[in-house]
Write a protein that binds this ligand. Structure first.
Ligand SMILES: [Zn+2]
Length: 204
């Protein structure tokens, strides 16, 4: 369920709408910028700060408008290894079909459109708000695992103090496990496995 309209009412300083109703058929370009305030609109957002430039190449026909997005910038996320926040680059390209023909386009209805996302507009609508699409696209463009990059010498930029603390906790947990285990002698030499991330991660 989209909560788009509520979000827009709460923050009307920045508009991410395209008023296609009054737009002549043919090609158009639009530019948008999102910043910290944009990400704060979305409750539970994993992104606390960021700056992303969005360019949109639009082509309007009598039945729909095809929007080709290019998004570039960086957003602040928490590192999965040391938990410190850092800026991660954003680079995303995608196509959104805004269908205002009145015939709801089901996914897979049209082979040409099946690769693209389709937003079906209600009859009488004259503009489309792209805030939710932009937010979701930025989230989806980020890798599942978010880690501080290495510097030129190949040294991780992770917070070393925090890593040492995490290591200590891990060793302590391992020690307690070993003490309580009838197999303590066998498992004493085993190394702690790092938790593997599943595919359940979502950012909205
Ligand atoms: Zn880190």
């Amino acid at each position: 369920m989209r909560t788009l309209h509520l979000d827009v009412i709460m923050d009307n300083q920045h508009s991410y709408t395209i008023a296609y109703g009054s737009l002549p058929q043919g090609k158009h370009t639009f530019e948008f910028e999102v910043n910290d305030a944009f990400f704060r609109r979305f409750e539970g957002s994993e992104i606390s700060e960021g700056q992303v430039s969005i360019s949109v190449d639009a082509e309007k026909t009598s039945r729909f408008m095809a929007l080709l997005f290019g998004m570039e910038g960086s957003v602040k996320v928490a590192c999965d290894r040391c938990l410190d926040e850092f800026f991660m680059p954003v680079d995303f390209e995608g196509t959104l079909i805004v269908n205002f023909s009145g015939d709801a386009e089901e996914e897979g209805d049209n082979d040409n459109l099946s690769e693209d996302e389709v937003m079906n507009m209600k009859p009488g609508d004259t503009e489309v708000d792209l805030a939710q699409y932009i937010y979701e696209s930025i989230c989806l463009s980020l890798p599942m695992q978010r880690l501080h990059p290495n510097d030129n010498e190949g040294v991780s930029a992770c917070n070393k103090e925090m890593l040492a603390k995490l290591q200590e906790l891990q060793e302590e947990a391992q020690r307690v496990r070993n003490e309580n285990s009838p197999w303590s002698k066998l498992s004493a030499g085993s190394t702690a496995r790092t938790a593997k991330r599943g595919n359940e991660r979502e950012c909205f």
